[in-house]
Design a protein around this ligand. Structure first.
Ligand code: ATP
Length: 453
């Protein structure tokens, strides 16, 4: 059974150190969160699983990392400056600001008043000043998506890697949106991480690739442990300014199906728009006419009569923080045990688990047991399976409970028999079955390498 409410998840995240409210001691900053010791491990593992599937396991995709700040003209020509807004209403009674499409039955969700202003567009991009002069002219936008950086570098990647179409550029990193109503924990924040891929194709093959990418991405979610019946596609009825066709992969949250990833056919909207606005040299004045784009983002197709054209783009755009929520929610399990007690266990797939193995010394004041536990931890770390943790809180029962809750697939307990008997053995406990077995210390590394393969 997965988590039935966001509250269950938020509570686990705080209790066990996955996620904390940002600026908590000052009352918190709405729509921003900090990732704790286990949260960063889980997020890294999700990011790695995505990168592995999208870059390492394919031969047609390269990686890229762009700046969070970018020239304001990028966002002018991308269309964001004029269109990236949500309709906003004000409640005249309680002064709440509400996204018009979140208003049900014409009532303010905060106080129930029907005295609302007409919807007006609210710009979602965040602006910041750059440089020492604050005269309003030297500003930059914090990027609201990673995609534009991949378009601007299309030529750089194409030339430096000697790629041919079709090929893709993957990028993950922070994006910023001044969301009117951040809500549902990490689901809708003002600062969040995206994992996006732009796939450049020959015009006319875009729909075929859009369909292929829908299936590839759906399968990725299934490979991370999400049951098929909790996923669905939802085609966009209202298309974004750049899209020809778009679908969302939705997951069944406790509040219903909602978006976790978008697959968009952006055609040549972005590359074309940046290209159309490239600089022109004014011969008479002997100056560049403007400071707009200087590069034609086109492609010379040597396999098609040396034609030059602007490639079409199919985009897959996932929110890493939303993936974090989905994977934790789905793994969250409350189990009734035969002895009448209950346990919470996070049944994450092994490759996603923040801690792979916990080594638990039975007595932390016994130097021999402690030394063996340290030695085992050090030797297992060398196997490359991921984080191995020494758990010397001093109470084995509590340690098992803690590691069930954070999803550690295996616990190893070092006890008196371990140091007294030869060959040395330890207890190995499995998170899901709770079965325990004795295993020789000398055989541990091979066992674990096999288990985590
Ligand atoms: P929504 O309709 O939920 O506002 P969107 O359609 O604007 O999302 P995209 O621009 O397609 O989203 O962004 C791609 C992905 O980035 C989304 O599927 C989502 O997982 C993630 N994402 C977008 N906005 C946020 C946000 N405010 N907080 C967390 N993740 C987000």
């Amino acid at each position: 059974m997965s988590a039935t409410s966001m509250e269950q998840l938020v509570s686990l995240c705080k209790r066990r150190g996955f996620v904390f409210q940002d600026s908590e001691i000052y009352g918190g900053l709405k729509g921003t969160y900090d990732f704790g010791p286990l949260g960063i491990e889980l997020k890294k593992n999700i990011r790695d699983a995505w990168w592995r599937a999208m870059v390492y396991e394919r031969d047609d995709i390269e990686g890229l990392e762009c700046s969070h700040l970018s020239h304001h003209l990028v966002w002018k020509y991308s269309g964001h400056e004029s269109t990236f807004s949500d309709p906003l209403c004000d409640c005249k009674k309680c002064k709440a600001r509400i996204r018009a499409d979140h208003i049900q039955d014409g009532k303010c969700p905060e106080c129930g008043s029907t005295d609302l202003t007409e919807p007006r567009p609210f710009m979602l991009m965040m602006k910041t000043n750059i440089g020492p002069v604050d005269d309003g002219s030297s500003f930059a936008y914090l990027r609201p998506e990673t995609a534009q950086g991949s378009y601007l570098n299309f030529k750089n990647v194409l030339v430096s890697t000697a790629r041919k179409l079709p090929f893709g550029i993957c990028q993950h990193g922070k994006s910023f949106r001044n969301e009117i109503t951040p809500r549902n924990f990490l689901f809708r924040q003002r600062e969040f991480e995206q994992a996006e891929m732009q796939y450049f194709v020959k015009p006319g093959t875009d729909i075929e690739w859009w369909n292929k990418w829908k299936e590839i991405r759906r399968q990725w979610w299934i490979d991370q442990g999400i049951p098929e019946n909790k996923l669905r596609f939802k085609d966009h009825e209202q298309l974004a300014h750049y899209a020809k066709c778009a679908t969302d992969i939705e997951y069944e949250f406790p509040w219903g199906f909602d978006e976790v990833e978008g697959i968009h056919d952006r055609q040549d909207f972005d590359l074309g728009s940046h290209t159309k606005n490239q600089s022109k040299f004014d011969i008479q004045a002997n100056v560049m006419k403007n400071t707009d784009s200087t590069t034609e983002l086109s492609y010379l197709d040597v396999f098609d009569g040396n034609k030059t054209y602007i490639p079409y783009v199919v985009e897959t755009a996932m929110g890493l923080d939303r993936a974090f929520v989905v994977l934790m929610m789905d793994a969250f399990t409350q189990e009734q045990l035969p002895n009448g007690t209950e346990r919470i266990v996070l049944k994450l797939k092994k490759h996603l688990a923040p801690v792979k193995v916990a080594v638990i010394p039975l007595k932390r004041n016994n130097p021999e047991i402690m030394k063996m536990a340290h030695d085992i931890k050090d030797s297992l770390l060398k196997t490359g399976i991921g984080r191995v943790m020494l758990e010397d809180s001093g109470n084995v029962g509590k340690a098992y409970r803690r590691h069930d809750e954070i999803g550690t697939p295996l616990c190893i307990t070092v006890d008196f028999d371990s140091i007294e008997q030869s060959p040395a053995t330890v207890t190995l406990r499995n998170r899901d079955t709770m079965e325990q077995e004795r295993i020789e210390v000398a055989k541990l590394a091979d066992y674990l390498k096999d288990f985590f393969r």
